[in-house]
Write a protein that binds this ligand. Structure first.
Ligand code: HEC
Length: 141
């Protein structure tokens, strides 16, 4: 009975959507995909980066560099992807503050997770950079 009900609901749903493949529906489908990617990026950030770089990406002065308003985040894709794949260490200066810590490699994340988390950072927090594709991460592995 439940299955039958679900089948009817799904059928009605399809009838509603399938009536006209108008441009508006295509655009909103693309937007849904984009917002899903953003959501995945946000989740990956919360799961893997948050603890050090903080929720607002402001970091902790002298310990964990901010990823907000950060030139490396907005900059060339290759060095940025390389940091996430291979980690980094050594002295750096970010927004006038020095850091000399160690960041581990995050190559256990999928190509898509790495792309999504970096795009999440590149499209907010005062940063701006063009989109990183999962394939570009794959090439640098
Ligand atoms: C355990 C703490 C920790 C976690 C978790 C962490 N990082 Fe880092 N991250 C650091 C430290 C420390 C540095 C600075 C390393 C240095 O001083 O050379 C850094 C540096 C960076 C830099 C370079 C910043 C710059 O201006 O050069 C980027 C980009 C970065 N992290 C991204 C990420 C992303 C994305 C994640 C999540 C996938 C992440 N980090 C998770 C500790 C962490």
């Amino acid at each position: 009975m439940l299955k039958l009900l679900m089948a009817i609901v799904i059928a009605i749903g399809f009838m509603g959507c399938g009536s006209s493949g108008s441009k508006k529906e295509t655009v909103s489908a693309v937007e849904t995909v984009k917002s899903t990617e953003k959501h995945v990026g946000e989740l990956a950030y919360k799961r893997h980066c948050n603890a050090c770089h903080q929720k607002d990406a402001g970091g902790i002065p002298g310990m964990y560099p901010p990823l907000a308003n950060n030139k490396v985040i907005s900059g060339d894709k290759k060095p940025l992807i390389d940091i996430v794949l291979n980690g980094m260490s050594g002295e750096i200066e970010v927004n006038g503050e020095k850091y000399n810590g160690v960041m581990a490699s995050y190559r256990n994340l999928s190509d898509k997770e790495i792309a999504d988390v970096l795009n999440y950072l590149r499209t907010g927090f005062g940063n701006s950079g063009d989109e990183i594709l999962p394939n570009e991460v794959k090439e640098l592995r």
